[in-house]
Design a protein around this ligand. Sequence first.
Ligand code: DGY
Length: 289
Amino acid sequence: LPPPRSAILDRVHGCAGVLSLLTDTMDAAVMEAAGPQLRVISNLAVGVNNIDLAAAEARGVAVGHTPDVLTESTADLAFALLISAARRMGEATTAVKAGQWKTWDPLGFIGADLMGATLGVVGMGRIGRALARRCHGGWKMKVLYAGGRPAPGDGLNDAVSVDLETLLTQSDFVSVHVPLTPQTRHLFDAAAFARMKASAIFINTARGPIHDQKALHHALVSGEIAGAGLDVTDPEPMDAGDPLLTLDNCIVLPHIGSGTRSSRDAMSRIAAENLIAGVLGRPLPFSPL
Ligand code: DGY
């Protein structure tokens, strides 16, 4: 389990480098507790919302992260959630385990088609592009995006840049790939879900607080949207009694987007290289600053 805050504040004292997980808050108080010899905070994640970047910059503390090496694994998981939610795999598996598979039912677990559907990517960065490549190249989906842009070689020349409202109203699948910042916190609120199609599916593999969880629950219960696939929740870990877990149309995974052997190996190596470079006073191989 993550060390308690008091243990971090205590143990960081005198350190030149800190290797942090996304579950560790690295704010000004931690940097203060470390002392002036602190040179680097190396995060074992691409996302750095757990680190106060402004405080680090102000103190001349370098910050490391682990981009690129988890792009494909996280896009795979976003796609897995998308197809699982569309084809109702979570509730179908639960039914089999509960002994409810009595016959082949022509109307059993009817789901949504992927082929030719419209994908809305909120945040066309590394992972958003990788998901769009899968959906457009493999499933011939029309791709809309808000924020960021495809790169040459993505095969996404037909992707259309739209405003968020257009994306929400026109997409069959909405997948979010923006970093968590004060601007993106609760980007998916009641108003955003209300704009989406009643048949739409919402996917979040980025950070939980980007969606308002109460609003998402309401949207799923009231039929404002058809389903959701989440790899991230607010808070994490999700409480086992969370009302979202009672819903058939919501699949929740425990933040495993980058959880493949090669991604986690590479993330670990990069985090170590960032840490060592920082302690030695050299430029970090990968820094968000
Ligand atoms: C990250 O790297 O930010 C993911 O959330 C965990 O791999």
